[in-house]
Design a protein around this ligand. Sequence first.
Ligand code: FMN
Length: 384
Amino acid sequence: MLRYLTAGESHGRSLVAILEGMPSGLKVDPAKIDKELKRRQSGYGRGKRMEIERDRVEILSGMRGGKTLGSPISLLIPNRDWENWKSIMDPIRPGKGGRVTRPRPGHADLVGALKYDQDDIRNVLERASARETAARVAIGAIAKILLAEFGTSILSQVIQIGAIKAEVEDLKISAIKKRIAHSLVSCPDEKAERLMIKEIDRAREKGDTLGGIFEIIATGLPIGLGSYVHPDRRLDGRLAQGLMSIPAAKGVEIGLGFKASELPGSEVQDEIFYERGRGFYRRTNNAGGLEGGMTNGEPLRIKVALKPLSTLSRPLSSVDLVTKRKVKATIERADVCVVPAAAVIGESLVALELANALLEKFGGDSISEMKRNYTGYLKYLKAR
Ligand SMILES: Cc1cc2nc3c(=O)[nH]c(=O)nc-3n(C[C@H](O)[C@H](O)[C@H](O)COP(=O)(O)O)c2cc1C
């Protein structure tokens, strides 16, 4: 089983992650992790913070000579902004300054301060900040490397920003890959991309923020990851939990998702076909690659809806935590739209859940053992 923990405050010294359960013998190039970290920091609509941070991973343990050892992998991502926050964020003797008492509607500020008995909202927002997701993207990159060993790859596309919707219905996965490579918002529809960028500029000018929708697509998955036998083993639920943990995520749809609820069963279920040599297959994928909480061999397709961000440079009304007076909410340095970045985070979280499911199915303390089990299973499936 794969387990992980992350730690670190947004303006603290660094982020830390521990990933436990990776088999031995997996080649991990830290440059691949840095590439994912860079992807998380890019995308049109990010704020000034992203110009300061250029995330680089430092692997502390669990690897030797470029390969995993099977022991916990721990890694660190230094916060480059730490230099400017050292005195405010010192873990033992913090200096004065940086205090926040005007909670932002929609953020963790007010509830977090009440729940954890804090008079300074900084003690909440430092960890509630999506900066934490850099740690998950780093370990997600390792999960992606594991999945690639077994022929699975993951990509994402942005299909909506604010009210601008992309036309992506009939696009092949290969075309999506090609088109998003040069898109500033990871959107394969060029016309929609132009409108999305304009929409982001408009929101920035108005001191406002935007949400949107992205889709994760995973290909090359074997049939039978996850299980129907117990609720907590259903892969659909586990993927949804992972994706809903992205800050600002407000909805997850698998395959046809909510639209399936308005259609008759005859138009929703994916009919079953069989060909010698190819085995069982489908001509449609409304299920999004999951049936009964298990992968069915078709590409996994999951959409995630993000709400617009809560930090507004033209802030909404709030109440000061200490004086109880009516005030405008605090303005932290903020992003306007993070849907492309959230898509990268989504890829990582899906990678971690899929890698976990792969390890459950094929077990193994080493990559070679896992591969023996995997190849044997594929052989068995081919003979069915
Ligand atoms: C990549 C990323 C960057 C984010 N940046 C900001 C930001 O700059 N300002 C902000 O108010 N919220 C930002 N958020 C969203 C907040 O972290 C989130 O809304 C907050 O933690 C409250 O959680 P909730 O919206 O899920 O209820 C970001 C989210 C992601 C995924």
